[in-house]
Write a protein that binds this ligand. Structure first.
Ligand SMILES: Cc1cc2nc3c(=O)[nH]c(=O)nc-3n(C[C@H](O)[C@H](O)[C@H](O)COP(=O)(O)O)c2cc1C
Length: 342
């Protein structure tokens, strides 16, 4: 159960068992590069419309940013038409993706009303048709990221996992919440264990890993082959060092110091501005600033203060002043304390 041990998804070798989840609006190249610094073995783009891809839509293509430091990279596509998804997978193969994933978990209305995302969980026959078509369309490693089912009364991830295996899918990613749960409640890890007992392809466990020990517990409890982390790394790429330590039975590394935190924010901001330009980059970065400063003393007033700042230099000055004030404060500390964020 060592994160440092390599694992394989089809023909793809991963250096460890730590995977960054696809997160719409978040897992762009800068975010992926930041998390790579902490050792992530595989990253994913956010979900990309298969329809948009085959039409070569500019906005869709924008999600496809490749970088040699961000390999291997999985591209996640969503759609409901087998032929369209197969064509999109072909395009991904030609463009140089390392892996293709099919989204069967997105519960957002705009997506499910087209029969895509988590709505597919209601239609195992369509799933089989999609996976057969996509399998024919690409020789790349192929994964499926699924929910437990559509509703608690119709949990069918075991059936879907088996369909995926039979169609030649190389691994299944299991987020054991039903679609109607959204992101609330808790992920039922016992379902990951059940899927693991059902198929012989690798099973990647996902849901509610918030600290290193959670990942170790998930692997112990479910026997999953790798862990995927989403919300746990928002403003907290250090979680991957913690997971690595926990999986290898080492002591948790100490939380980042204030100086390390500030440096990381600057680095992430620089990458974001380089990718999106100053105006859009600053706007897009606000959510990350919120996550990076959550729990720090005075964090909420700092966030209010910088809410309207549109100048990079001014933002960096204010950021530095905020961290300087924290380091002068005997209670400022480096530990993130959610209680003090008032
Ligand atoms: C803001 C946000 C965006 C997400 N976008 C995607 C997506 O594009 N594709 C996908 O398969 N899952 C998406 N998810 C689900 C996550 O990948 C993950 O399955 C879920 O958050 C549970 O894992 P976690 O508890 O580690 O966050 C998203 C979740 C959130 C919170």
């Amino acid at each position: 159960m060592r994160s440092g041990q390599p694992m394989k998804i089809g023909t793809l070798s991963l250096k460890n068992k730590m995977i960054l989840a696809p997160l719409a609006g978040i897992t762009n190249l800068p975010f992926r590069l930041i998390n790579r610094t902490f050792g992530v073995g595989l990253t994913f783009t956010e979900m990309i419309s298969a329809n948009g891809l085959i039409r070569g839509m500019k906005k869709t293509m924008h999600y496809l940013e490749f970088h040699s430091d961000d390999r291997p990279l999985g591209v996640q596509i969503f759609g409901s038409d087998p032929a369209v998804l197969a064509e999109a997978a072909k395009i991904m193969t030609d463009l140089g993706a390392d892996l293709v994933d099919i989204n069967m978990g997105c519960p957002v209305k705009k997506v499910v009303k087209t029969g895509a995302g988590a709505a597919l969980m209601k239609d195992p026959q369509r799933i089989a048709a999609i996976l057969k078509a996509v399998r024919k369309g690409t020789c790349l490693p192929l994964t499926v990221k699924m929910r437990a089912g559509w509703k608690p009364q119709s949990i069918n991830m075991l059936e879907v996992a088996k369909i995926a295996e039979d169609a030649g899918v190389d691994a299944v990613i299991v987020h054991p919440r039903t679609a109607d749960q959204g992101f609330g409640g808790t992920a039922d890890w016992s379902l990951i264990e059940q899927v693991k007992g059902q198929v012989s392809i690798p099973v990647i466990g996902n849901g509610d890993i918030k600290k290193g020990e959670d990942a170790a517990r998930m692997m112990r409890m479910t026997g999953c082959d790798a862990v995927m982390v989403g919300r746990g790394c928002l403003g907290n790429p250090w979680i991957f060092h913690q997971i690595d330590a926990c999986l290898q039975g080492r002591i948790d590394p100490p939380p980042p110091s204030l100086a390390q935190r500030e440096r990381m924010i600057r680095r992430h901001l620089t990458l974001e501005l380089a990718a999106a330009g100053d105006r859009l980059g600053l706007k897009a970065f606000r959510k990350h600033l919120l996550w990076y400063t959550k729990g720090l003393k005075g964090g909420s007033s700092f966030r209010q203060m910088i809410g309207t700042v549109e100048d990079k230099t001014l933002l960096l000055d204010k950021l530095h002043a905020f961290f300087a004030s924290l380091s002068l404060d005997p209670e400022g500390g480096g530990d993130v304390d959610h209680e003090s964020d008032k």
